[in-house]
Unconditional design. Structure first.
Length: 240
């Protein structure tokens, strides 16, 4: 005698239930994965800035405590080009602040792929190191008159930080400098449009002149207008 087994198919209700469960799990998992990736990118970015800051200190140690200059023997070379020999990983480095290939500490892992970073570094140095007087809005100079010993409060003075993308109105100059109004996420009226941040809406890593790195969830905290209104200490000023 043959015994027939009746195979029952999924009902529509069961199928919809499974789809709903998958959707719920995806809604939970995808944001979590995104947060983990963002956290890893933030950590790597901070590590990059620490390595760059260390290279600046090593350069200064070999050059009478001077801030790295743009290379006078290479047309349009940036300060990043001057410190390339102090970062072992930077083998094939271009004069405009870029890497010819592979990984680089000058490249932020959270960079916006939709924007043109070209071969520029994704970080900038405090603009005021390349102006003769604090607050001077004249064109940035290729050489710095300042030395590390001129910094009166290294733990409270910005040395380096995340920069906006090349090709955007707030991008750092060809000499890779940043100031309080061209950090990612800053929206001054002079630019007419918000500059996107690499770490979310207006967040950035900042390296200080003593080498430590801090995270700012809102770069608006560093806007010069806050200092003018005496709402916060001026972290850009070299001599406080």
């Amino acid at each position: 005698m043959k015994i027939s087994q009746k195979i029952s198919a999924f009902t529509l209700v069961e199928l919809l239930t499974v789809i709903a469960i998958i959707g719920i799990l995806a809604a939970i998992i995808i944001p979590t994965v995104g947060k983990i990736r963002a956290s890893a990118e933030k950590t790597t970015c901070a590590s990059n800035l620490r390595q760059i800051a260390l290279a600046v200190f090593l350069y200064a140690n070999d050059n009478k405590n001077r801030i790295p200059n743009s290379d006078p023997d290479v047309s349009d070379a940036t300060w990043t080009y001057s410190i390339r020999d102090y970062i072992p990983a930077e083998k094939q480095y271009e004069k405009y602040g870029g890497q010819t290939g592979g990984k680089s500490v000058f490249i932020c892992p959270a960079r916006l792929k939709i924007l043109n970073y070209a071969k520029r570094a994704h970080y900038g140095i405090n603009f005021h190191f390349y102006s003769d007087n604090y607050g001077d809005t004249a064109a940035v100079k290729k050489t710095s008159k300042w030395s590390l010993t001129d910094i009166s409060a290294p733990t409270r003075t910005i040395l380096l930080g995340d920069a906006c993308a090349a090709g955007t109105p707030a991008a750092p100059s060809i000499y890779q400098t940043i100031h309080s109004e061209n950090l990612p996420g800053i929206n001054p009226s002079t630019f007419g449009a918000s500059e996107p941040g690499k770490h979310g809406a207006g967040a950035a890593n900042i390296a200080y002149a003593d080498g430590h790195v801090s995270w700012f969830a809102d770069t608006g905290q560093l806007a010069q207008s806050r200092y003018k209104d005496k709402e916060a200490e001026d972290l850009w000023n070299i001599q406080k």
